[in-house]
Structure formats: structure tokens, C-alpha cells
Unconditional design. Structure first.
Length: 115
């Protein structure tokens, strides 16, 4: 595919999900290599890693940081982040729906992105 020059690379964490362990349910998440271009676009590597300190993940991030280029065949571009003003507007709308009885309080902030 295409090669894209990046401004920075780091380790990012995905959403939390529940996994059954020997001691019962526990919250876990996957970690990814994340890159940002100079124009602010965010990309995430397609291969997840279970632990932030996984040596393979650290080596991947170090290699990418050294070359400062990614191949879009192995990366996916993320949607632009929701602005703070947009999130506040969504919260206000959903709070109003709770006041009018259209939405339950348990579901008040469902679907609003936090970052």
C-alpha cells in the first residue's frame, strides 16, 4: 500500500472487556502501536498485544520510531476524535432525555466517547 511519514509513535490501549480467569472475571485490554502524522491523523497497528510491556510491542514501537514511516497495509486510520464541545452537547442532550423520561438514568451517558 502507501507509505506515510509519521510525527510520533507510542503504545495505546484499547477498550476494556471482561475475561474469565481462574479466580473469576477480570477486566483486560489489548495494547497497540499507535502513530500520529504531522497533520494530526491517528493510525493503529492491526496486531494487538496483551501486555503493555510485551517485548515484541516495545521492539515494534522502537523500529517505527527509528524509521518514522508506516505502511498503510498494516495500519488502520482512526476516526477523528470528538471535540470536548461535541461531547458536552451529547451529554446535555442525553440528560434532557432522562428528565423527559425518554432514557433511563442507567443509560444516561451510553455511547459518548471519552477521548
Amino acid at each position: 500500500m502507501a507509505k506515510i511519514e509519521i510525527a510520533s509513535v507510542c503504545v495505546g490501549e484499547g477498550p476494556t472487556y471482561v475475561e474469565q480467569a481462574e479466580d473469576g472475571p477480570r477486566a483486560v485490554w489489548d495494547c497497540f502501536a499507535a502513530a500520529t502524522t504531522a497533520d494530526g491523523r491517528d493510525f493503529v497497528h492491526l496486531v494487538p498485544f496483551r501486555h503493555r510491556t510485551d517485548g515484541r510491542l516495545e521492539r515494534l514501537v522502537a523500529r517505527i520510531d527509528a524509521v518514522r514511516v508506516i505502511d498503510t497495509a498494516h495500519w488502520v486510520e482512526l476516526e477523528p476524535r470528538t471535540s470536548l464541545e461535541e461531547r458536552w452537547g451529547m451529554m446535555a442532550q442525553q440528560e434532557n432525555e432522562v428528565r423527559w423520561g425518554i432514557r433511563s438514568e442507567d443509560d444516561m451517558y451510553h455511547g459518548i466517547p471519552y477521548a
